[in-house]
Design a protein around this ligand. Structure first.
Ligand code: NAP
Length: 349
């Protein structure tokens, strides 16, 4: 079996490529930069295809000869920073994703596993846990990134009504894990904590998941699902305070103190305004705050039931994330970790 993976230099894509190879798949991987892919996927037997989601037609024929398409690439982190990103969000995450799927079918791909997000799920008013049926409308999204994924998911659903190719959509919670090279928001939070740059914490409720568990969910979805399904992939409901507590127990670095939510919103608002005046970025944006304080819970019951998923303990995920940053020289401070599992990833960047 041969798999085509987009986003191979990303947190999820990199872990998925490694898992597929371990499971005996051949892998062809899309990357925007050959140089980055060669460093990040160093030592792995992967065919690299250089291409950009901004121009799918120029490289889509490289999917020929592959059986499965795993689509993890997205215009993602930038959305939470200043400026209007809608044009790119809509193009990469929706319009060109749909174009990719059309061309995938044309070039003989037999099944697609697509990556959405649990940001497309609505928080239930009665406080019970939301599931795959609780879908937001585009105008209800908490931010433009979420909106682009909702628009894409709806377009994919319509596409599936007129095309035979099976498409399964996974909806990951906030992902942590080794191999977060860029880094994404979770990796940046971890690095900020380790460098004692987190000014405070606040009441929050977030679903999180290990990127390696999401990779396994995607593989199981490809192997077990006949298509047309969506699965929330959420490992643990937690809070910033719990995450910092685990980071503290792994690294020995103290957790920041707690502040009242209104104060946090006010200071983040001011920080954002100041940052935009000076052309800089803030560590936490208003969009991220809204997500972290919404206190939405999403259910992994369908993925557990139908894909047979289990989830790594949160401590292992945080330990392996920190270990990966340590191994790959992201830390400017000396650090000795408490005992735990290995990060499971080779040195990449
Ligand atoms: N991280 C999370 O917490 C989270 C939660 C829910 C859903 N998701 C979804 O999970 C997927 C993977 O995210 P991730 O966390 O792995 O993010 P990531 O580490 O930022 O990886 C994103 C990947 O997409 C690639 N990419 C971005 N723009 C591209 C373009 N125009 N053309 C081709 N490739 C492009 C990036 O390539 P470069 O290396 O060249 O930048 C990178 O390989 C995304 O669909 C995201 O929306 C993420």
């Amino acid at each position: 079996m041969k798999a085509f993976v987009t986003g191979s230099t990303g947190l999820l894509g990199g872990n998925l490529v490694r898992l597929l190879l371990e499971m005996g798949y051949e892998v062809r991987a899309l990357a925007r930069s050959a140089h980055k892919a060669e460093r990040f996927l160093e030592g792995l037997s992967v065919e690299i295809v250089v291409g950009d989601m901004m121009d799918v037609d120029s490289w889509a024929n490289q999917m020929e000869g592959c059986d499965l398409l795993f689509h993890t690439a997205a215009y993602f982190r930038e959305t939470f920073r200043r400026g209007d990103h809608w044009t790119n969000l809509e193009k990469v995450n929706a319009t060109n994703t749909l174009r990719l799927f059309k061309l995938a079918e044309h070039y003989g791909i037999k099944k697609i596993v697509h990556t959405s997000t649990n940001a497309v799920i609505r928080k239930r008013k009665d406080g019970t846990v939301s599931d795959e049926e609780d879908l937001l409308a585009p105008e209800e999204a908490l931010n433009l990134y979420g909106k682009s994924k909702i628009v894409a998911d709806r377009a994919i659903e319509s596409f599936s009504k007129t095309h035979d190719i099976p498409i399964i959509t996974v909806l990951p919670a906030w992902m942590f894990g080794p191999g977060d090279a860029a880094p994404t928001g979770s990796g940046q939070l971890t690095l900020n904590f380790l460098h004692r740059k987190v000014p405070g914490t606040f009441r929050s409720g977030i679903d999180v998941v290990d990127a390696r568990d999401v990779a396994l969910a995607m593989l199981r979805a490809a192997e077990k699902s006949r298509g047309g399904e969506r699965y929330i992939i959420s490992g643990h409901y937690t809070s910033l305070e719990e995450l910092f507590g685990i980071m503290n127990s792994v690294s020995g670095i103290p957790s920041p103190r707690r502040f009242p939510i209104p104060m946090v919103f006010f200071s983040t608002y001011l920080n954002e305004r100041m940052a935009s005046l000076f052309g800089k970025e803030t560590d936490v944006s208003m969009d991220e705050l809204r997500v972290m304080t919404e206190m939405k819970r999403t259910s992994n019951a369908k993925a557990v039931r139908e894909l047979g998923l289990t989830f790594r303990p949160l401590r292992q995920t945080i330990h392996d994330t920190v270990q990966w940053y340590l191994n790959n020289n992201y830390l400017t401070i000396p650090l000795e970790l408490s005992k735990g599992s290995q990060d499971g990833m080779p040195r990449g960047l």
